[in-house]
Unconditional design. Structure first.
Length: 115
């Protein structure tokens, strides 16, 4: 009988006193961290509003599910936690306030046109 070992990935939040959390990488970062009691901002739950945005300082995530970021933003290291899963040890900086003032998305652009 073989034992099955689950890989554990560490996530460090730079602007939360360098807090470190261990996750299994099965769920999006938002859910993994909220399951451990981390209070992270979120809105739409699919990534369109960028409320759960973060800057990936180091590490690797799979964020194929994200819909709001353009190629430049992804190249610059931005992720949306609702759609990103940790692949390797991850060092993040939560950037919601900065993102809302500097990054226009399809969701925000449509919202501003309607209001």
């Amino acid at each position: 009988m073989h034992k099955r070992y689950l890989a554990v990935t560490r996530i460090t939040l730079a602007n939360r006193d360098q807090a470190v959390y261990e996750v299994k990488g099965r769920k999006p970062l938002l859910d993994e961290l909220r399951d451990q009691g981390v209070d992270l901002p979120y809105g739409c739950r699919y990534g369109g509003c960028i409320t759960c945005a973060a800057k990936l300082i180091s590490g690797e995530v799979d964020q194929r599910a994200q819909v709001a970021l353009n190629n430049r933003q992804i190249k610059d290291g931005y992720i949306v936690c609702v759609g990103a899963r940790a692949k390797l040890t991850v060092f993040l900086k939560l950037v919601w306030k900065a993102m809302t003032s500097c990054i226009a998305t399809r969701f925000l652009t449509r919202w501003h046109r309607m209001s």
